[in-house]
Write a protein that binds this ligand. Structure first.
Ligand code: HEM
Length: 496
């Protein structure tokens, strides 16, 4: 507003939330100028009471993040593999919101710290919301949901001092050899991406696609950045922590504000259903990648982010992703992590923003919602005078059982038990990270990886855990890498 506009501008009068006008923005109501304050100052009481309720509980992890709105456009015919309506036609566009995040840090933590980054996308499709909740890494630290809370605890803070602890991280990792692949990625420069725009996104987990003829496929999603991969070195990332805690959030916001719309190509790895049974390792183990020579990337479409949020709290804090939000043509797989995740996200959203969180504008599906859920805190859309039970004789919604079946597979179950996945020929925890180290990384990548590991292991990690990290972890990923880390940690001289 310029000065002239300011002079003629008449702002609306301040009111309480009930809409009734108030008489001052500055002064509380007192008996005489020196007080005391009066209980009948309902405006002050409302204001303070509302203020102390401004926060909803944080996500249990993936707290610090940012995001934007955009669209997905289909570029290639994928109807041979899925009947998902939003993927049914080349050129079709579906609106979406994407949220990127760090895992372990709280709101206010440094964006550039070494960590995995969340990569979550909510597609507002005609069949309801489809949420693809992935990371910027193709694998994960553990393969059984039972270990997930322990893993997250080990990345967060000590119970007594409230401090982060590398000792706790390495203790967990080195006692959980299945984490070696993900920790190799995390300790490489991919663990410090230059920005959210400059990283890929992966479903990591395996899902099921089903086409109109009922044929099924196992799939992994790869969102490939069109900005190109760019990372920070460890030193750059640590320097940025001192300069700008919100560097990634700011980068995404500024890029979109200046019209530089970031984009990703969605490409899929698609495994014919029957091949899973005879594949040389368990394809549902999220600590493994499927080699591209076995399952090359198949193009699907493009995700573009073109609109910043208008309100960070309402749209980025309150967006609720749920792995269980799948549309016809897409389903879960026997990946145990997916099956565990299908419970946890809805539960977290109900805890954070209540049982009616899907009525919040950012979570509201594009199509209509018809079911028999009713009432509860903050429900503001009601069905009106409709039957509240099923079956009923009064025209209430009815499931179209013939049209919509649950996507599934034949289970050849053994005895009910708590066991590891059945062992496959090539199931081991160290071959894939070893191949990544020797055959995919450049010499510079390898040098940075070794340096990053040594630095990380030097920050308050007890010697016996350092020794285990060398002996039972890095030497198994690659003997030379193990020797190099042992040498740089000063462990070799001691061992002799
Ligand atoms: C059994 C394993 C897992 C459990 C129980 C679990 C649980 C959760 C929960 C409860 C949240 C908070 C949701 C919210 O309040 O909005 C969350 C967030 C998230 N999780 Fe997981 N998770 C698991 C594994 C994974 C894996 C394997 C990935 C990646 C492939 C992943 C990616 C994410 C992301 C990106 C978010 C943040 C979503 C957002 O931006 O709001 N999680 N997870």
């Amino acid at each position: 507003m310029n000065e002239e506009q300011q002079a003629s501008y008449q702002p609306p009068s301040t009111t309480r939330d009930a809409g009734t006008p108030v008489s001052s923005d500055e002064y509380s109501l007192t008996a005489g100028p020196g007080g005391p304050n009066l209980l009948q100052d309902t405006y002050l009481i409302d204001k303070l009471a509302h203020f102390v309720r401004e926060r909803v509980p944080d996500r249990v992890y993936h707290v610090k993040g940012g995001g934007a709105f955009g669209y997905f456009e289909v570029t290639d015919d994928v109807t041979p593999w899925t009947k998902a309506a939003f993927l049914s036609q080349v050129g079709k566009r579906t609106p979406l919101i994407a949220r990127f995040s760090t895992v372990a840090g709280e709101e206010g933590y440094a964006d550039t710290d070494r960590d995995v980054r969340g990569f979550a996308v909510k597609f507002y499709t005609e069949d309801g919301n489809y949420d693809m909740v992935g990371n910027n890494t193709p694998v994960f630290f553990v393969r059984d949901p039972m270990k997930f809370p322990d893993f997250i605890h080990s990345q967060e803070r000590l119970p007594d001092s409230g401090l982060r602890s590398n000792n706790m991280q390495w203790d967990f990792w080195t006692l959980s050899p299945e984490s070696a692949h993900q920790v190799t990625v995390l300790m490489s420069d991919r663990g410090t991406p230059r920005s959210w725009r400059h990283m890929h996104g992966f479903s990591s987990d395996t899902y099921l696609w089903e086409n109109a003829a009922g044929e099924k496929f196992w799939v992994k999603y790869h969102f490939r950045t069109e900005q190109g991969i760019q990372n920070m070195t460890d030193a750059e990332a640590r320097a940025m922590r001192a300069e700008d805690l919100d560097y990634h959030r700011r980068d995404l916001w500024n890029a979109i504000a200046r019209g530089d719309q970031p984009s990703w190509r969605l490409e899929m790895q698609i495994m014919p259903f029957a091949e899973a049974a005879s594949y040389r390792f368990n394809p549902f183990d999220v600590t493994k990648v499927w080699p591209h020579r076995d399952y090359p990337l198949i193009p699907v479409g493009r995700m573009v982010l073109d609109r910043n949020p208008e309100n960070f709290f309402a749209q980025i804090m309150q967006v609720g992703f749920d792995v269980a939000n799948m549309v016809p043509g897409i389903g879960p797989s026997p990946d145990k992590m997916v099956l565990g995740r299908m419970f946890a996200y809805g539960d977290s959203n109900r805890y954070r923003t209540g049982p009616n969180y899907e009525q919040l504008p950012v979570n509201q599906p594009a199509g209509e919602v018809h079911n028999y859920n009713k009432d509860g805190p903050m429900r503001f859309r009601h069905h009106g005078n409709q039957p509240v039970y099923a079956p009923n004789s009064y025209g209430g919604p009815r499931a179209a059982s013939q049209r919509y079946r649950d996507a599934g597979w034949l289970v050849e179950a053994g005895e009910i038990a708590r066991t590891a996945y059945e062992a496959h020929r090539d199931d081991d925890d160290f071959s894939q990270p070893g191949t990544l180290y020797r055959q995919v990384m450049t010499q510079t990548d390898r040098d940075h990886l070794a340096g990053n590991i040594v630095w990380h292991l030097s920050q308050g990690v007890e010697r016996f855990i350092q020794e285990r990290a060398v002996r039972d972890y890095w030497a198994k990923v690659d003997p030379d890498l193990g020797t190099r880390i042992a040498h740089d940690l000063g462990l070799l001289a001691q061992a002799r």
